[in-house]
Ligand binder design. Structure first.
Ligand SMILES: C[S@@+](CC[C@H](N)C(=O)[O-])C[C@H]1O[C@@H](n2cnc3c(N)ncnc32)[C@H](O)[C@@H]1O
Length: 404
């Protein structure tokens, strides 16, 4: 059955009210701040090294709170650099709030702001018309890809603007979030674009585009959705389904089906009598391990045996999603010390390399290029991190639980 007629974004002031309520009720911005303070600095340290001016762009920046946090971290890493910051945001209200925030925030003298009141696609055609060869050092699109018609084309265009050491940060809800659960079941009946990092990951993998992934946990208290005629509950239901006045406009089966699903473990859990919707995000995708990274790069060279099919939980999730099969997902953090792999002739190191690549006597039998490439990749932050001088491989697992 088709979606009830009107999309929430058609009534922009109601959308903004719903978004503000969502921010109030969820840990979204708090967990983003944790990510920006703890993880992003290492990413920002590698962009625009040695440049006197850094070019930054936020796409769908909203009121700019998160942008300013990012710019603060960038300044800490590159204190000498000036920053030219482009903002691409179609909402006049949001841009106004962004400008007010800039005006009252101290310490932004090194930044020039350029505000583009445009959608991503309008900005793209404007950019092409201007025929500029300007390149960007850092672009972020945080929780905005839901609003474009073709998220993959949008990612491709903005990625093409990057300087050779530039980075593009995409944050979306993860495939294993409550949003993913809701969209898998009601993709055709809600107005959301239903895009999660699982979709972006499939696209990047298919194109052989490298990426790093960071998962962060977030939740949203949706308890009032289950109280009839509660104003906030109704606003949250609009935000969750992107259907304008969902309670009034959805036909009864959709209304009761969505309410029931929102309470299921696939979407929420109960904490102290409150219903907490899983708003997990990732920058992309969930459950990405060092194995996934290794296999994406060397699938053709390494995945030749009967037992090593180079399948990650992401592949299984894509298949389940495509078939519309519901499942629950749990990330199990795990790691492996592979330091000895980097000591030539070390017996344990060689055994570990055989295990990682599933090539018998990898050190002896692999071509010099493959060996050097694998060793370099295994040290890369996408596979491992250094802890007290040891190389710790990301062995994260994801448990997918299927129901009949
Ligand atoms: C969910 S908000 C996220 C705001 C901000 N990035 C944050 O995380 O707080 C989505 C933003 O994308 C903007 N937006 C909507 N459609 C867009 C489009 N087609 N192109 C660019 N931005 C868009 C909205 O106006 C809104 O400010």
């Amino acid at each position: 059955m088709a979606a009830p007629n009107r999309s929430l974004v058609e009534d922009y002031s109601r959308y903004l009210k719903a978004f503000e309520l969502f921010l109030e009720r969820s840990s979204e911005h708090q967990c983003m701040r944790d990510f920006i303070h703890n993880t992003l600095p290492n990413i920002l340290a590698t962009v625009g090294v040695g440049k006197s001016t850094l070019n930054v762009m936020g796409v769908g920046s909203g009121a700019g709170e998160i942008d300013l946090e990012i710019l603060t971290q960038l300044h800490a890493k590159h204190p000498e650099a000036r920053v030219e910051n482009d903002v691409v945001e179609p909402s006049g209200d949001m841009l106004y709030k962004y400008k007010v925030l800039v005006a009252k925030t101290l310490g932004l003298d090194h930044i020039s702001f350029r505000f583009n009141k445009m959608t991503a696609i309008e900005f793209e055609s404007d950019w092409k018309q201007r025929n500029t060869d300007r390149k960007l050092d850092f672009i972020h699109m945080i929780q905005m890809l839901y609003y474009v018609n073709d998220p993959e084309a949008t990612v491709s265009f903005f990625r093409s603007l990057l300087h050779k050491n530039g980075k593009l940060l995409v944050i979306l809800v993860s495939g294993d979030s409550g949003w993913g659960g809701l969209w898998r079941r009601y993709r055709d009946q809600v107005h959301s674009r239903c895009v999660t990092t699982a979709d972006i990951k499939s696209f990047l993998d298919a194109k052989g585009i490298h990426y790093e992934s960071h998962v962060f946990a977030s939740s949203m208290d949706i308890t009032e959705c289950f109280t009839a005629e509660d104003e906030k509950g109704e606003l949250m239901l609009d935000f969750l389904t992107e259907v304008l006045e969902f309670t009034k406009n959805a036909y009864p089966e959709l209304n009761s089906g969505v309410l029931e699903l929102l309470k299921q473990p696939e979407c929420s859990r109960e904490v102290d009598g409150r219903v907490m919707f899983n708003n997990n995000m990732d920058a992309p995708p969930a459950g990405q391990s060092g194995w996934g990274r290794l296999w994406r790069t060397y699938r053709a060279q390494l995945c030749m045996s009967d037992i090593s099919q180079c399948v990650t939980s992401g592949d299984v999730r894509n298949f389940l999603d495509a078939k519309g099969i519901p499942y629950q997902s749990h990330t199990l953090p795990s790691q492996m010390d592979i330091t000895e792999c980097f000591t030539a002739g070390d017996e344990k190191g060689e055994l570990l390399l055989d295990f990682l690549t599933e090539v018998l006597e990898f050190s002896k039998n692999a071509s010099p290029e493959l060996k050097a490439g694998v060793l370099e990749l295994l040290k890369h932050p996408e596979c491992s991190r250094e802890v007290d001088g040891r190389i710790i491989f990301n062995n994260n697992l994801e448990a997918l639980v299927l129901t009949p």
